[in-house]
Design a protein around this ligand. Structure first.
Ligand SMILES: *[C@@H]1O[C@H](CO)[C@@H](O)[C@H](O)[C@H]1NC(C)=O
Ligand SMILES: *[C@@H]1O[C@H](CO)[C@@H](O)[C@H](O)[C@H]1NC(C)=O
Ligand SMILES: [Fe+2]
Length: 486
């Protein structure tokens, strides 16, 4: 008996231990669900690839078109803007195109521009809009003349429809190093149909006199993708290139000469902020480096554009900009705070699905949180879980020469779900009006490896309650269009 009670005593101790462990594990679990990946891998040195490398090869032939790239040319995806550069002489700005390979039965006339930046003299930059295209069709196009002519193709998106599947790639802060090349090659294998580009393109401003030669090499670097599918551009700080010491006072000069946007189609007065609709998505591009406070052109434009969003037609509401709003990296910490203070309540009220940003050279994904109750007087200041809020994702890890942002705030804040300082890119597969499959793919010693993997439920279609609230919010808004003059 005595022996037995000793045993049962041991058993009860054992159970108590088990029970305590369970409690401990449960409480740990909420901590563990925030993840800071400690993955470390060999990376290429953060130096730009030399100009004579084949990735920057100049196409053969006199005055051959180079740096060919396309972007969406209208609001709904039935137009494309085709751009390229010629160097010896202006040459033709005409695009020949058609829907049968080698038969170019249509043509469109573009325009040519050129600029100087300090001592750099640009080539002849051509932009040509081709419109009235049919949805979901492959088009072939030819630019340049004679032996130097070059041929490419692209596929138009499906028509605007809430359930049409579509795959976006997401790349930020790419630059032109060996790490950039690794990211770019992985992106080429991804099967994505167009790129949401999160700003900071060539990093030419890291060179003496902000050398335009590195804008040219970057244009040739991305041509393998950008000539065949649209890249949707947002502006980063490396595009500002404000250099009074060089006598260069016009901001975004090189960027805006080279990369076009269909901003007029969304009634924007500037190519730095605009919107497009593509398949089942409404994409809003914001500029972190243009005025955005109340009553500025960007603020007024966004106020009106959000009212135009029709979730019955385009359920996926996605915003891209350069500086992240929620970021727990020591690099650029809180640089997005000013834009958060202005726009976050709209993001929550309009049930934005996802906000993508770059700028911080690492990867991070937030939970659905908001800080719209922030009050400078009462002291309320912590972001709180909020089912109506977007998920904020930072994909600033394209691989440019500034290297990785390896130091995260410790401990990881509650709003941060996953973070890792590695290079890579993301893909977003919109399946239908309710489901989207999202992946972040790390460059892992030459292979793309999916590390962060999430199914997103649409913020409008996944909840009847939120749908009703959005409709109510819509009808409560004033008409501010009278302030806007286009
Ligand atoms: C543009 O090109 C023309 C023709 O070569 C040249 O005369 C002109 O100076 C250039 N303009 C700028 C702003 O570089
Ligand atoms: C939407 O896509 C998801 C994932 O592919 C699928 O499970 C779901 O049944 C689809 N819903 C509809 C309404 O088709
Ligand atoms: Fe940046």
């Amino acid at each position: 008996m005595k022996y037995m009670s000793k045993v049962s005593g041991l058993w009860s101790l054992y159970f108590q231990f088990l029970f305590l462990t369970l409690i401990l594990l449960c409480s740990l679990n909420s901590v563990l669900s925030r993840k800071t990946s400690s993955f470390a891998r060999s990376e290429y040195p953060s130096v730009d690839i030399p100009l004579d490398n084949e990735v920057f090869a100049v196409p053969k032939g006199y005055n051959a078109p180079q740096q060919v790239h396309i972007t969406q040319g209208d609001y709904d995806g039935k137009a494309v803007i085709i751009s390229w550069v010629t160097t010896e002489q202006p040459g033709s700005s005409k695009v020949f195109y058609g829907d049968v390979e080698g038969t170019y039965d249509r043509s469109a006339e573009g325009k040519t521009t050129n600029y100087t930046y300090y001592k750099y003299q640009s080539g002849y930059i051509h932009h040509c809009v081709i419109d009235g295209l049919e949805y979901e069709k492959k088009y072939y196009y030819k630019i340049g003349t004679g032996d130097s002519a070059r041929e490419f193709w692209f596929q138009t998106p499906p028509k605007i429809d809430p359930d049409t599947p579509y795959i976006f790639g997401i790349i930020g802060d790419l630059g032109q190093t060996y790490n950039s090349l690794s990211t770019f090659e992985h992106y080429l294998q991804s099967g994505a149909q167009s790129v949401l580009y999160l700003g900071d393109l060539s990093y030419a401003d890291r060179y003496e006199h902000f050398d335009g030669v590195r804008w040219d090499s970057w244009g040739r670097f991305i041509e393998r993708s950008a000539a065949y599918q649209p890249w949707i551009w947002s502006a980063g700080n490396h595009e500002i290139e404000y250099a009074p010491h060089l006598g260069e006072f016009i901001t975004f000069k090189q960027f805006l000469h080279r990369y076009q946007r269909p901003h007029i189609a969304s009634k924007s007065s500037s190519p730095l902020w605009y919107a497009i609709r593509r398949a089942s998505a409404h994409i809003i591009v914001l500029s972190s480096y243009s005025p955005f406070v109340k009553y500025t052109p960007q603020w007024l434009w966004l106020y009106n554009e959000l009212k135009r969003v029709d979730r019955e037609k385009t359920p996926w509401l996605i915003i891209i900009m350069h500086a992240p709003i929620y970021n727990s990296n020591e690099a650029h910490y809180m640089e997005g705070e000013s834009i958060r203070a202005v726009f976050e309540s709209w993001f929550v009220h309009y049930k934005v699905d996802l906000v993508f940003a770059g700028h911080v050279h690492a990867y991070e994904r937030s939970y659905r949180i908001s800080n719209i109750k922030y009050n400078v007087t009462s002291g309320a200041r912590y972001p709180l879980p909020d089912k109506s809020a977007p998920v904020y994702i930072t994909v600033g890890d394209g691989g440019n020469q500034e290297g990785l942002a390896g130091r995260f705030l410790d401990p990881q804040p509650d709003y941060s779900a996953f973070r890792e300082a590695s290079y890579g890119h993301s893909t977003l597969e919109l399946k239908n009006r309710t489901h989207a499959l999202y992946r972040w793919n790390r460059n892992d010693d030459g292979n793309p490896v999916t590390v962060d993997h999430v199914v997103f439920y649409n913020q409008y279609w996944a909840s009847n309650r939120r749908r009703r609230r959005l409709k109510k919010y819509h009808s409560s808004l004033n008409d501010m269009s009278y302030i806007v003059t286009y």
